[in-house]
Design a protein around this ligand. Sequence first.
Ligand SMILES: C[S@@+](CC[C@H](N)C(=O)[O-])C[C@H]1O[C@@H](n2cnc3c(N)ncnc32)[C@H](O)[C@@H]1O
Length: 269
Amino acid sequence: VSSPIASFDGQSGAFDGRAGLPEAACAAIAAAILDLGNLKPGDHLLECGAGTGQIGAWLAREAVSYVGFDLSEGMLDAFRSRLPAGSTATVVLCDGDGRWPAADGSVRVVFGARSFHLMSTEHVVDETCRVAAPDGAALIVGRVQRDRDGVAARMRRTLHQIMRARGFELRPGEAHAGQLLDACVARGATRLEDRVVASWTSAESPARSLRGWREKERVAGLHPPPAEKAAILDEVEAWARETFGALEPERASEDRFILQAVSIGAPRT
Ligand SMILES: C[S@@+](CC[C@H](N)C(=O)[O-])C[C@H]1O[C@@H](n2cnc3c(N)ncnc32)[C@H](O)[C@@H]1O
């Protein structure tokens, strides 16, 4: 079983092509984080599992003190190449399951997109509470919500069904975000309303989904042995042929990016 570091180091080059977000969406997401977190110039913002910095590079342009960390040097190299010369943003190698790079009580906004499910939930809650500014902070979780009836969402549901039938335990991203935020509420935080902050049209096809999964070491966040991974994807492919006919034709789908959050400590004005 390979580690998550190897897994993301290996895909840093291809990540934006496979899972990248449109630039306009990234700019809108960054603006919405500033608004939701009520960030003022100089406030500290910590991004966990920042990856190639698609969103982080937009946050780093704002008048906030930005620190982004990630477990993969390959992803961080791609992030650094996005930052303009002279940027004051800090981008560091750090395991989210260890101590986060922030002093106690110093952070206004802890943000993670598509990353917290790769860390221990209990540890994320502990570290968030440790670094949160006592006079008001927020934990913000971002994720892509695909069109439920779109090809990619149907392919993903089928992949999960096939993996569950083979005994894999899966925790979908949406269920994970809910658990993380509920755990914060149990520690005294207040749940804020979910916000849809960007939407875009993407082209999807069964072949594209299958290619993405074949390229990655992980599928559905897990590492099945290679022979079993191939067998799982063959089953998904057989289902797709029966359901969609040809695998290559693309269909348009409306995707959205949502932010889910809690406020911690005193509400800020
Ligand atoms: C799916 S990518 C998302 C990247 C970025 N947040 C985005 O939305 O484009 C997940 C990222 O989490 C990082 N990651 C996984 N486990 C981690 C951990 N334990 N600590 C820090 N980063 C981690 C990976 O290296 C990868 O860059």
